[in-house]
Design a protein around this ligand. Sequence first.
Ligand SMILES: *Cc1c(COP(=O)(O)O)cnc(C)c1O
Length: 398
Amino acid sequence: MKLSKLAKELKPSATLVITAKAKEMKAAGIDVIGFGAGEPDFDTPENIKTYAKRFIDNGFTKYTAAGGIIELKESIINRIKEDYNLTYNTKEIFIGSGAKHVLYNLFQALINKNDEVLIPAPYWVSYPEQVRIAGGVPIILKTNQENNFKINKKMLENSLTEKTKILVLNYPSNPTGSTYDRNELNEIASFVEKNNLIVISDEIYDKILYDGHKHICFPELNENIKDRTILVNGVSKTYSMTGWRIGYAAGNSDVLSAMSNLSGQSTSNPTSISQKAAIEAFSGSQDEVPKMVKEFQSRRNYICDELNKTYGIKCMVPNGAFYVFPDISSFFGKKFKDKIISNSTDFTNFLLDEAKVAVVPGVEFGSDNNIRISYATSMVDIKEGIQRIQDIINHYWG
Ligand SMILES: *Cc1c(COP(=O)(O)O)cnc(C)c1O
């Protein structure tokens, strides 16, 4: 059958591809250490699961409003109020089937053909694809490790045209773990206000921060910024609930009601039981979150120490999320067996074939000098995986 032009141009999600390849190798009996995962390895907290089961038993199993139930919207409003002292009403909250779906509807609701969307790189893999699906043009702002993978006013100014409509922010960042302080955000905010842009701020890692860093929610900066920002978050990362599929947007009610209409004509509501579970996640005990963050922090410390001791690898110590994004470009041009490493994909295949360690090539995030290593996996696996990387590098070049 003849596919549409859109379907032909679509890229499969890179992180899902590498995770699948590692799973296949495992199924074939090969002992692979997987550093590809984009989800916490912890189980969903007990109180959330228990709460959700009740609603299976009492029959909360029918369609709900397409953009989510009021009770969940209220628990999100209270959580944002408590965390950031920001006030939203229920018309300013949209609930979708995960933050990915929320972002998809958001780009569909905002983008006209050829509108330009500024996306800092390294970026989360789905932003450029979702912008393209909506008919927009992703404009990539390249950052580097020397400036901790952060954008600044000058870079923004250099990328601005009369077609620029949206700036996408994601901090703490997937894949770099980098985050912004208030001064840096204010600089970005003044550019946004001056040029009348809309900001999509994906803050899904807001609770996963280390060394006492405090997250600043973008709409917190001032009232004008709050009015032109759509905040995106969800339960996947903070509460280890990736499979439940609940994400939300907070912001302009016209945009959000368009997003609800889109859901009404495509997915309908996010799963009824998952919406109930999310109420407990946002309103119930928050005690599990700092425990998880503490565990992530010790893994991060270990990985960064070890990688920076490894020949040829330079690794920034990230402030948040659960990834490191080391620079491996010093291996470009090096040979092993009859092969030569020329880019991050070659290096990733080298690690998978020679060391049985799965990582994600940086090129998928718009940065070919790096690889992404997720530490959302056990300390035992982390130690074994890092050891294998060190051993194989030493074997060939150490
Ligand atoms: C995981 C992730 C998402 C999507 O999360 P879901 O709510 O599970 O769809 C969105 N943005 C970033 C940056 C992520 O890492």
